[in-house]
Design a protein around this ligand. Structure first.
Ligand SMILES: Cc1cc2nc3c(=O)[nH]c(=O)nc-3n(C[C@H](O)[C@H](O)[C@H](O)COP(=O)(O)OP(=O)(O)OC[C@H]3O[C@@H](n4cnc5c(N)ncnc54)[C@H](O)[C@@H]3O)c2cc1C
Length: 466
């Protein structure tokens, strides 16, 4: 009788639990070791909480467009309502409940397919053995295949130590009993920008400290300009080209000191200056696994590390810090390790989204790629001309498409719109399947619809119609 391949997975986030499901499906004997809760940071502190919070902020934002759409909000005595308010205690309770429910759904799903879950902190003692420290003591688990999916944790600066009350990481936001009156957000990357706008929408007075010329420096610059403009119009204070030197509590508030000596006062500060991989102290280097200069696990496109039989997935690899990519890497690793058909990760077809309002959704090549390569052409169409956008009162946003000049193959796109995360899918299908602009343009769209502008953009890239 042959033995099932034994797989041990360190970390129960999307990189780990998706891999566990695939490995179990392929007949392996699977153990998941996790120290903080199934679903990982993605479910418990990062994706699910932030997107749920943003959901409430978006809902409140709807009241702002009410008058524009001809709606008058009244109380039961017919007096006009001028604002709606979020009760943060209730919002946070809902967030925590949702996160816990999702974590428990994952536990049920893993249980159903026979995956063993060990609650504890694991570390490699060899390429085929993991030592787990649990509340009850230590346990050793042997494995034919190991997957490291330990994620990342917020970067903490020595001069701005989080205290969980007023100086906060994004993981500590959901225990706040009341809305921060004056919130300073340090860092204008995706996390900083999303949360700054969410709290602004919930009613906080928000100051965003951004070290760059424009917020969201890693995103399409036309898109970032739209978002920065929306932020300012809605009343956010943005301090561009400003770097935090330190953050401290002073009186019953906080003071952020900038490198040029200016001081910014607030009631709370959220530090969102990036994340560091959780790869220290878990035996990786000791067993010969190569780490990059930033401490990430070095992996190839099928998630192999430098040690045979040991794979890595998700934020600990630094490939693209997204839950969707972590899951893809984990599934690919297991398919490779267990001899199933493997599709190597193709970063050029990964979709991502910034959940601001409007959202920025992106797939494939960027404007910078297009600028550097004269074979790539781009078209950008504002949504304000789209009939559906007009009906819905959408005034900002655009669709940008990139294609090969000669063949018309769609290479990428950027959509700035409400729910852009839902609209980018047709562009992603085109990129993934190397469709031409003509194929996209000749696909039927609903009239009126925002995706009409995707088809129209593709039409504009047809060589004979320019
Ligand atoms: C605020 C915020 C919002 C985000 N929003 C999105 C989004 O909208 N969409 C998106 O795709 N991505 C989003 N991300 C990114 C996403 O959260 C990560 O890419 C994702 O969590 C990575 O999954 P992972 O499995 O690698 O790690 P994690 O989700 O971090 O899970 C790792 C797990 O491993 C456990 N672990 C660590 N070390 C050990 C050990 N030694 N032993 C046992 N267990 C261990 C941890 O406790 C954790 O449970 C967001 C990130 C942040 C910060």
């Amino acid at each position: 009788m042959t033995h099932a391949t034994s797989v041990v997975i360190l970390g129960g986030g999307p990189g780990g639990y998706e891999a566990a499901l695939v490995a179990a499906h392929l007949g392996a004997d699977v153990t998941v070791v996790d120290c903080d809760g199934l679903g990982g940071a993605a479910v418990l502190t990062d994706v699910v909480p932030s997107k749920t919070l943003i959901g409430t902020a978006d809902y409140l934002g709807g009241f702002e467009t009410a008058a524009h759409l001809g709606v008058r909000l009244e109380d039961h005595e017919g007096d006009e309502l001028t604002r709606a308010r979020a009760e943060l205690g209730a919002v946070n309770a809902r967030i925590r409940d949702l996160a816990e429910a999702q974590s428990s759904d994952i536990a049920t799903r893993l249980g159903e397919v026979g995956v063993r879950v060990v609650r504890g902190r694991g570390r490699l003692v060899s390429a085929t053995r993991v030592l787990v420290e649990t509340d009850a003591g230590t346990e050793t688990v042997d494995a034919d295949v190991v997957l490291v999916a330990t994620g990342a944790t917020p970067r903490v600066l020595p001069t701005a130590q989080p205290d969980g009350e007023r100086i906060l990481t994004w993981k500590q936001l959901y225990d706040l009993p009341e809305l921060p009156e004056r919130l300073i957000v340090v860092g204008s990357g995706v996390t900083g920008a999303e949360l700054a706008q969410a709290y602004l929408g919930l009613g906080s007075d928000v100051t965003l400290v951004s070290s760059r010329e424009l917020v969201l420096p890693q995103e399409d610059q036309d898109a970032a300009a739209v978002i920065e403009d929306v932020f300012r119009r809605r009343g956010m204070t943005i301090l561009n080209r400003s770097r935090m030197a330190a953050a401290e509590r002073r009186g019953d508030g906080v003071v952020v000191t900038l490198e040029d000596g200016r001081e910014v006062e607030g009631s709370h500060v959220l530090i969102a200056v990036g994340a560091v991989p959780r790869t220290e102290g878990i035996g990786l280097e000791e067993v010969g696994i190569d780490l990059t200069g930033s401490g990430h696990v070095d992996v190839d496109r099928v998630s192999r590390t430098s040690v045979r039989g040991v794979y890595a997935a998700g934020d600990c690899t630094g490939v693209f810090p997204l839950a969707s990519v972590a899951a893809m890497q984990g599934r690919t690793a297991m398919a490779h390790a267990l001899g199933d058909a493997v599709t190597p990760l193709r970063m050029s077809a990964v979709s991502s989204n910034v959940f601001t309002d409007p959202e920025i959704a992106t797939v494939g090549v960027s404007a910078a790629d297009a600028e550097a390569n004269s074979d790539i052409e781009a078209v950008m169409m504002p949504l304000s001309r789209n009939p559906r956008a007009k009906m819905l009162g959408i005034r900002e946003g655009f669709v940008k498409l990139f294609a090969y000049r000669g063949t018309g193959t769609v290479l990428g796109g950027v959509i700035v719109a409400q729910r852009a995360s839902e609209l980018i899918f047709p562009v992603a299908i085109a990129v993934q399947n190397r469709l031409s602009v003509d194929q996209v343009a000749s696909t039927s769209t609903v009239y009126p619809s925002l995706t009409g502008t995707v088809a129209e953009s593709a039409r504009r890239l047809h060589p004979t119609q320019r």
